[in-house]
Write a protein that binds this ligand. Structure first.
Ligand code: C2E
Ligand code: MG
Ligand code: MG
Length: 700
């Protein structure tokens, strides 16, 4: 550091005054076309905060050294303009311009490391002997910087005369905007989102409008970008979000159908405040469910490795909000970004649609592949800007389910939208809108599913849609069929020994076919898998899709983390299994029974039915298995009429002790009958169960 006047200088470069003077001189001398490039370090104050002032100074020092080296031996001028601002003036030369920009960008990135929010921004102005001062030129570059400061990337913005003029217009707009904010001249309009098939409303989008005192409307296209650049948008957005929540609360209170309303969130909002916290605060304040507010973030806000945005989306998801990617397909990054973003809905940019009308073949196939992909990843899509019957036809032919556009409705004041909600014919029931209303499948997948696969239960052919670490290890080399795959877990000891029996039984073509034939659409089982040395409950579910049939035997198999209650139920089950070999609920009037529990040994041992007629105990115990000396005693006890008689007058349970023959051995056994919790005189239900007993003479 050097001392200069009464400033402590971090850099060896000329400071503001000196730089401007030198530039003025150069402008006078040089007959060539010149340009000035100014640099600003985005979020530099955070850099200072996170890494310490000394490190911040080191970064500024490094930039200064770089520029000093760069201009050495040339007629270029570089300067440190204070704060985190540097400028360089040189002849217009694309290669040189690119070089200095690239060099500075790399330098700042190196210092920033993983902090992607810290990066270099560049604004420039090219001039050619005009009658302007260095100070004016500098102002134009600063102005240009304003255009990129809130963006990412090192691409330079060159200020040109036209943009300076429009810029001046904008500058005149700012005081008016500020006044309008104070006077609350902003409100939101709502544009309904519709089901393409029947035009019914499945949601709305809140769009800000500036209503001037004379009643004229200003469209957000004019003031939103200006407000974004000047850091004013967040104030406006917070105001709009709050208005939306307030309206939502009123509509819910009035019992109007609650279809979700989406709001627009600017990238600047995400930089400036904890957007998730703000929405959490709002839904608490207005006591509305998170599911009724959806968040639209425009595609261009998504950048590589953008932890701030990804964290925000993640937090929103954890609190039940859905996130829509707005203007999807307008940028080059569209497809790439999808794999990283947990989007719930894609809002397809209206440009895709207008292109589709003019250049039908190509654009239609682009739309088609986007829609196909949205189905593959199970994220629903809605098309924006649908205006004409022809476009409607194109989109419904492509299988697009939802649309927002003038064809259905133009944006309207909230009061008009409210009127629409009152008309049951205009609002889609939640069933029809399900895809959008529910948490998207993709979301469900990552939240709950450990693994999921489409499986042909006849051939065993399988295709995993989601895999986990264990899968990757076990399925090496790849199993030929799902049955081989399932067996591997058992063979490697990854399934709890007590669950092996059920596990093996379930994953069997015949068992699955018969369950499905009986009409089961969801087959649920819980198994314990060994994870990091300990057993964890996982819920295994087979879902039979509507397309399942004679020539399509593909089902969806999923593995989910079982929650605590499942573990609890299994503790009970364990106790029951250890103590009872069979439990049935019997209705003494109808003589129908329902098996509540059958232990595994019994399952192998006897032919039993889950439910049926209680016919002389035939389905409950096999009389041949009662030791011959106990047969009389057993038959005397096992009489339904006697049970009826007994329980009509008593709450006491009754039992019989006998020896059962199992594998040639005598097993002391107790059969007991007791009133069920649901027993009434008109519904005389009892529980009948068999448990292991001790030798009779040892009992009290
Ligand atoms: P967006 O979020 O993509 O909103 C859709 C825009 O398309 C709206 O323009 C809407 O009026 C227009 N639109 C809908 N259907 C049709 C159609 O069939 N044909 C045509 N030509 N246009 C249609 P609007 O209201 O002028 O908003 C423009 C943009 O301003 C929005 O684009 C959004 O990016 C931004 N914006 C709107 N409200 C807000 C807000 O509250 N906060 C922020 N940060 N940005 C907002
Ligand atoms: Mg939008
Ligand atoms: Mg949009």
């Amino acid at each position: 550091m050097t001392k200069k006047g009464n400033f402590i200088c971090i850099t060896k470069l000329p400071t503001r005054m000196e730089f401007l003077e030198k530039t003025d001189e150069l402008m006078k001398e040089s007959a060539l076309s010149l340009c000035m490039i100014s640099m600003d370090i985005r979020n530099f104050h955070f850099y200072n905060k996170w890494h310490g002032r000394a490190q911040g100074d080191a970064l500024l020092g490094a930039v200064s050294d770089y520029l000093n080296d760069f201009i050495k031996g040339t007629n270029m001028v570089a300067g440190y303009l204070g704060g985190d601002n540097f400028s360089i003036v040189m002849e217009q030369d694309k290669a040189m311009e690119d070089r200095v920009i690239k060099g500075l960008d790399e330098l700042v990135s190196r210092y920033a490391g993983d902090d992607k929010a810290i990066s270099a921004a560049f604004g420039g102005y090219k001039f050619n002997g005009e009658d302007i001062s260095a100070s004016d030129v500098y102002d134009y570059t600063v102005d240009a910087l304003g255009r990129v400061r809130n963006k990412m990337g090192a691409e330079i913005f060159w200020n040109v005369d036209a943009s300076i003029k429009s810029r001046e217009k904008e500058m005149r707009l700012i005081p008016n905007i500020l006044k309008a904010l104070v006077n609350k001249e902003f409100c939101f309009y709502v544009q309904p989102k519709c089901n393409i098939k029947n035009g019914k409303i499945i949601g709305g989008e809140a769009l800000v409008r500036w209503v001037k005192p004379d009643g004229s409307l200003v469209s957000p296209g004019i003031f939103v970008p200006v407000m974004e650049e000047h850091g004013l948008i967040t104030r406006l957005d917070c105001f709009i979000w709050e208005q939306v929540c307030l309206n939502m609360k009123n509509w819910i209170e009035e019992d109007l159908p609650v279809v979700p309303m989406s709001v627009n969130v600017s990238r600047i909002d995400i930089n400036q405040l904890d957007v998730a916290d703000e929405f959490i605060r709002l839904i608490r304040k207005y006591e509305i469910p998170a599911s009724c507010i959806e968040i639209e973030i425009t595609e261009s806000a998504y950048m590589d490795d953008d932890y701030l945005l990804l964290n925000t989306i993640d937090k929103l998801h954890r609190h039940g909000f859905k996130v829509l990617i707005d203007d999807f397909g307008s940028g080059y990054s569209s497809l790439n970004m999808l794999k990283d973003t947990q989007a719930d809905v894609l809002k397809l940019d209206m440009k895709l649609l207008s292109d589709a009308e003019s250049n039908e073949k190509k654009s239609t196939s682009i739309l088609e592949s986007i829609l196909e992909m949205s189905r593959q990843i199970r994220v629903p899509a809605i098309i924006e800007g649908l205006e004409t019957p022809k476009q409607l036809k194109i989109m419904s032919n492509l299988g697009c389910e939802f649309a927002q556009g003038f064809y259905f409705y133009k944006p309207m004041p909230a009061s008009e939208y409210e009127e629409l909600l009152r008309d049951p014919l205009k609002v889609g029931n939640s069933e029809e809108g399900r895809v959008v209303l529910q948490k998207s499948h993709l979301q469900q997948f990552s939240d709950y599913f450990i693994k999921a696969a489409n499986v042909d239960i006849i051939t065993g052919h399988y295709e995993f849609i989601k895999k986990d670490e264990m899968h990757n290890q076990v399925n090496q080399p790849e199993a030929a069929t799902i049955f081989e795959y399932i067996d591997r877990f058992a063979e490697l000891g990854l399934v709890h020994p007590d669950d092996l029996f059920d596990y093996r039984i379930l994953f069997n073509t015949n068992v699955l076919l018969s369950l499905i034939e009986k009409g089961h659409k969801n087959i649920l089982k819980h198994f314990r898998y060994k994870v990091d040395g300990a057993y964890k409950w996982a819920t295994f579910e087979i879902m039979v899709p509507p397309e399942y049939g004679d020539d399509n035997h593909i089902v969806l198999m999923t593995w989910k983390n079982a929650d605590y209650s499942v573990s609890l139920v299994h503790e009970y089950e364990k106790l029951v299994t250890e103590n009872f070999s069979k439990i049935a609920k019997v209705n003494l009037d109808t003589k129908k029974y329902e098996m509540l529990h059958v232990s595994k040994i019994e399952k192998v041992d006897s032919d039993f039915e889950e439910e049926g007629e209680f016919d002389d105990f035939a389905n409950f115990v096999t009389i041949e298995k009662v030791a011959p000396e106990d047969t009389e005693k057993f038959k005397e006890f096992a009489d339904i009429e006697k049970f009826k008689e007994h329980f009509r007058n008593s709450d006491e349970k009754i039992n019989v002790r006998y020896n059962r023959i199992m594998d040639g051995e005598k097993m002391p056994t107790v059969m007991e009958a007791t009133k069920s919790a649901s027993y009434t005189d008109t519904n005389p239900e009892i529980l009948l169960y068999v448990r292991r007993g001790r030798m009779e003479h040892k009992e009290d």
